[in-house]
Design a protein around this ligand. Structure first.
Ligand SMILES: [Zn+2]
Length: 400
């Protein structure tokens, strides 16, 4: 057992319990703290409902050791993943497991107040379905289809969200849930976090998640957390320029963006020019699955173009994993094959030595799982637990 330097607060002790340290004596060994101090920390965590005693340890003849366990059922978190035309909502327990999910149609153009009101109506129904009061919601994670200034939870200059520019989202949810923390990020970052939480967090520190839908976006996981960048604009991969594509005009107003030649919008337009009846990325994939040579070729080319940009990202960032998601990447191998072809050829040998390039696992749930994970960070992190404890102790002191 290695000692954990500085692991003295109750919040830090909770992280050890979550990682599988289950007795007070092991906690004392790991932290170097006195048994009495460990017991104080554990008691505080039990009072907060974050830890429970299970008492089922192996008996050694004398009094059996009381085992400690993280309590996954104390409170819940809400996940709200907004798209352009739809919204997916979920309630998750403290392990991030989805207890109830609702997917509905919602035009993001109704504006922030109406969108949040609609979402909260659905949340109330979900909570009723799992028989829990709204007061048991500890935090809300929100994904939005536009740029978000993460620290303030504010939408900044979104191209396709009329009425949202400059709007801070946390107060809108706080009007319904005054005691819940509200975390807001863009939808691709939330999907990245969802895939990371679900499959990679125990084995990988650095990951790229690339969503290839109508457009192309990228979420960056660095040392286990989303990398937002100075203005929250990190990972804007879709508007990296490809020298060979300079005649293509992008929706951003520039020419030669990889999105303008490899995104689902561009690929379906190219296929329409060849007489195919396709309207979006899903139609393209369906046509490829049906064996249409032009569609197969278009997916492969899209993958290669994306691979050209990702090869540079791999040299620059050296991720362990690249996860591909989004409508154009799902359901067929051609696109990922094109990506692999270019990345392994163009990136340095060292950067690609252990690099995996894989499909996503969560599909439509990636966003809500990421929103739940983001919300759980605000409930279960050492800092969050310590400040909650300080408030609770302050209240106890005031009323004593
Ligand atoms: Zn662009």
């Amino acid at each position: 057992l290695t000692q954990v330097a500085g692991a003295t607060s109750a919040g830090a002790v909770l992280q050890l319990v979550r990682s599988g340290v289950t007795t007070r004596s092991d906690l004392a060994r790991r932290t170097g703290m006195a048994r009495s101090t460990v017991s104080q920390r554990v008691d505080a965590l039990i009072r907060l409902g974050l830890v429970v005693e299970t008492g089922d340890g192996p008996s050694t003849g004398g009094r059996p050791p009381t085992h400690l366990a993280f309590n996954p059922d104390g409170g819940v978190v809400v996940a709200a993943d907004f798209g352009i035309t739809h919204c997916r909502l979920a309630v998750a327990n403290r392990l991030g497991e989805l207890l109830a999910v609702h997917a509905g149609e919602l035009d993001i153009g109704v504006g922030p107040a109406a969108a949040v009101d609609w979402a909260m109506e659905q949340v109330a129904e979900l909570m009723e379905r799992i028989d829990r009061p709204l007061s048991s919601i500890d935090a809300v994670g929100v994904g939005l289809p536009g740029p978000v200034e993460f620290a303030a939870g504010r939408v900044v200059n979104p191209p396709i969200m009329p009425g949202w520019d400059g709007v801070g989202v946390p107060p809108l949810f706080a009007a319904h849930l005054p005691d819940a923390a509200v975390l807001v990020d863009n939808d691709v970052n939330m999907m990245a976090l969802g895939e990371y939480w679900h499959r990679w967090r125990s084995t990988v520190d650095d990951m790229l998640f690339v969503k290839i839908g109508t457009g192309i976006g990228c979420g960056i996981i660095a040392r286990g957390s989303i990398l937002h960048g100075a203005q929250g604009a990190a990972g804007d991969l879709g508007h990296v320029q490809i020298p060979d594509a300079l005649d293509a005009l992008c929706t951003c107003g520039n020419r030669g963006c990889v999105e303008a030649v490899a995104g689902g919008g561009a690929v379906s337009a190219a296929l329409r020019a060849h007489g195919r009846d396709v309207h979006d990325a899903r139609d393209v994939v369906a046509l490829a699955i049906a064996g249409d040579a032009e569609a197969l070729n278009a997916l492969r080319t899209s993958g290669r173009l994306l691979g050209e940009v990702l090869a540079g990202a791999v040299n620059f960032f050296n991720p362990s994993v690249i996860v591909l998601g989004g409508d154009l990447a799902d359901g067929h191998e051609q696109l990922i094959a094109g990506v692999r072809e270019f990345v392994y050829r163009r990136s340095t040998a060292l950067a690609t030595r252990n690099l995996q390039i894989v499909h996503n696992r969560l599909g439509a749930d990636a966003g809500v799982v990421g929103c739940a994970a983001s919300a759980l960070g605000a409930v279960l992190s050492a800092e969050a637990v310590d400040s909650r404890l300080a408030r609770a102790e302050g209240t106890r002191g005031a009323t004593a």
